[in-house]
Design a protein around this ligand. Structure first.
Ligand SMILES: [Zn+2]
Length: 241
C-alpha cells in the first residue's frame, strides 16, 4: 500500500468525509508566493529552513507595531547546528527560540507585538507567550495534535490576558501541513497514521500534497538541490490545480 493509500485508508477507518473543497474556497485567491505578506513569507521561509535542517518544520517571527521583525525562530529540537542555547532540547520550538531573544529591558512595548508562527502553538509556547506579555498570535495552520490555543481561556488568569489568535488564509495551512506531513513520513514515527489522520481532518489537501511530494522524492531533492522556499511553495500550490 502506498503512503497515500495508507492515509486514505486511515481516513475511511475514522469515518471522516471532507465536507469542504478547498479548491472552491481558493477560487480567485492569489496562490503565488509573491502574493503573500512579507511577514508570512519570512515565517514560512524559516519553516522550510527547519525542514532542510532535518527538524520539525516550524518557523516564527515576532514583529513590533510597525511590522518590523524583532525576533526570528525556527524549530531546532533535532538541529544541533542551531546557535540557540535551546537547540537539541524539547524546548527548542520556533516560538520559544524567537521569544528567548527578547530581553525585557529592550522591549518595553512587547504587549503591542505580534507573534507569527507557521503552526498553532503548543501548550508550552502559549504559556510562554502569556508570561512574556505577548498578546497577539497569528498562525498559518491548525495543529490537531498539540495545538493548544484553547488554553487562552482555560483559567480566569489566562482569560484575563485577553490573548487573540488569528488563523491565516488557507493557502498557508496547505503549505505548512504539506511540510509537516512529509516530515512525519520521513521520520517514520510509530504513531504516524494517527498523527496524519488528525492533520487530515483540518486540511486533507495539504496532507495529500505532502504525501505525494514525499513519495515522489520531490522534497528530498528540493533539500539536496537547495531549492528556495518560493519554488517549493509554488510547487505545492500547482498541485492544487
Ligand atoms: Zn511550542
Amino acid at each position: 500500500m502506498s503512503v497515500k493509500e495508507n492515509i486514505v485508508a486511515t481516513l475511511s477507518i475514522a469515518g471522516y468525509e471532507p465536507v469542504t473543497n478547498k479548491k472552491t474556497l481558493l477560487e480567485g485567491v492569489d496562490r503565488m508566493w509573491t502574493g503573500l505578506e512579507p511577514l508570512w513569507q519570512e515565517t514560512l521561509s524559516l519553516a522550510w529552513d527547519a525542514f532542510c535542517s532535518g527538524t520539525v518544520p516550524v518557523g516564527c517571527v515576532i514583529c513590533d507595531k510597525e511590522d518590523q521583525i524583532v525576533a526570528r525562530g525556527q524549530n531546532a529540537i533535532a538541529d544541533l547546528s542551531s546557535s540557540s542555547p535551546l537547540a537539541g532540547t524539547d524546548l527548542a520550538h520556533a516560538e520559544m527560540i524567537a521569544m528567548s531573544q527578547l530581553q525585557k529591558a529592550d522591549h518595553p512595548e512587547i504587549r503591542e507585538y505580534i507573534l507569527y508562527t507557521s503552526l498553532e502553538p503548543c501548550p508550552m509556547c502559549i504559556g510562554a507567550a502569556v508570561m512574556m506579555n505577548i498578546r497577539q498570535i497569528r498562525y498559518a495552520a491548525r495543529d490537531a495534535l498539540a495545538g493548544s490555543l484553547v488554553l487562552c481561556t482555560a483559567t480566569p488568569y489566562l482569560s484575563s490576558k485577553r490573548m487573540t489568535a488569528e488563523l491565516a488564509e488557507p493557502v498557508l495551512e496547505m503549505f505548512q501541513l504539506a511540510l509537516v506531513t512529509a516530515y512525519e513520513l520521513r521520520r517514520r514515527h510509530s504513531r504516524q497514521a494517527e498523527l496524519l489522520g488528525l492533520l487530515q481532518v483540518d486540511c486533507p489537501e495539504g496532507v495529500a500534497i505532502g504525501a505525494s511530494l514525499f513519495e515522489e522524492g520531490y522534497l528530498a531533492k528540493a533539500v539536496t538541490e537547495s531549492l528556495t522556499v518560493e519554488q517549493v511553495f509554488d510547487e505545492v500550490m500547482a498541485r492544487l490545480d
